[in-house]
Design a protein around this ligand. Structure first.
Ligand code: NDP
Length: 268
């Protein structure tokens, strides 16, 4: 049976094995998918073993996404621009790398009937996750994407890298009273119970998305709701969406996201 893995450190929390098992059942594909903890200095040796033992593909999560990219013989454009890889395919002894995070986000926004064309988007954060979503968001033809980050230099370097007239950058406190249709929190602030310091007015009557997810509303979404956000969405749909796109890359069949998302939401 074809073997797939997800590598991370930590990895216990990963919901990828259950998601891929549900996709396999849904599409009647025969495959086995497991999570594996990898020591920080063991990543490249682990990948070499995968190739030797005939593993077909792997997902990569924190903190190995950049290291995975460096090992690849071939990269998709979206992986190159993201500067990180979350999906590896082992083909004839070679490593092919892709990044499906951005597609996962865009698909989840579309599934939630979010209008992206001509919209004004505020992207909070300039780390790996933010980088990965810029190209797929631009492909939806928004009017503008403003990237705001705690370390402004990082947001500025993204603007230089992508070189697209729709992109601009700033710090959180430069945002004044601009109006946005959609605010995407791509910072990891929610993980430590924090909220990017943007004004209450920015979230009023605006759709707010947090890439982080959990049993409860994330701190950012809770705050946005309290200050009049039209709708709040967490990142669980993005997680299932990026997994679906990885599954498509490996198996050439795109599974349905909604039934799997419904099961995960029920499980809590
Ligand atoms: P990185 O470590 O690469 O980047 C972290 C970002 O968060 C940086 O922009 C950093 O700013 C900012 N940040 C961290 N703490 C704070 C804070 N207290 N206040 C304001 N800004 C802060 O992480 P990733 O980009 O890889 O991931 C970001 C988040 O997205 C994570 O929480 C991750 O779990 C989530 N994610 C979810 C996915 C999904 O499928 N739902 C997929 C991928 C990621 P600075 O540059 O100044 O340090």
């Amino acid at each position: 049976m074809d073997q797939y893995l997800v590598f991370g450190n930590p990895i216990k929390q990963s919901r990828s094995p259950i998601i891929h098992q549900l996709f396999a059942n849904q599409t009647q594909q025969q495959l086995n998918y497991q999570s594996k903890y990898v020591e920080l200095n063991e990543f490249s040796a682990t990948i070499a073993r995968c190739i030797k033992t005939g593993v077909k593909g792997a997902n990569v999560t924190v903190p190995f996404k950049e290291e995975a990219m460096a090992l690849c013989n071939q990269l998709t454009e979206r992986a190159q621009l993201a500067g990180a890889v979350n999906t590896l395919s082992f083909v004839n002894g070679e490593i092919w790398g892709d990044n499906t995070d951005g597609q996962g986000l865009v698909q989840d926004l579309l599934n939630n009937n979010v209008e992206l064309k001509n919209s004004r988007i505020l992207l909070l954060g300039a780390g790996g996750a933010a980088k990965g979503v810029i190209l797929p968001l631009l492909a939806q033809l928004p009017a503008a994407i403003v990237i705001a980050n705690r370390t402004i230099a990082k947001a500025e370097s993204l603007i230089t890298k992508f070189n697209n007239e729709k992109l601009s950058s700033c710090g959180f406190t430069d945002l004044n009273d601009e109006k946005f249709d959609l605010i995407i929190n791509a910072t990891s602030a929610s993980l430590s119970g924090n909220i990017p310091p943007i004004s209450n007015e920015l979230v009023a009557n605006t759709l707010c998305y947090d890439m982080v997810y959990g049993k409860e509303l994330t701190p950012f979404l809770k705050w946005a709701k309290e200050h009049g956000a039209i709708k709040v969405i967490d990142g669980l749909g993005m997680l299932v969406g990026q997994a679906a796109e990885s599954f498509r890359v490996w198996r050439n069949v795109l599974p349905e996201i909604t039934p799997v998302l419904n099961i995960l939401r029920k499980e809590g």
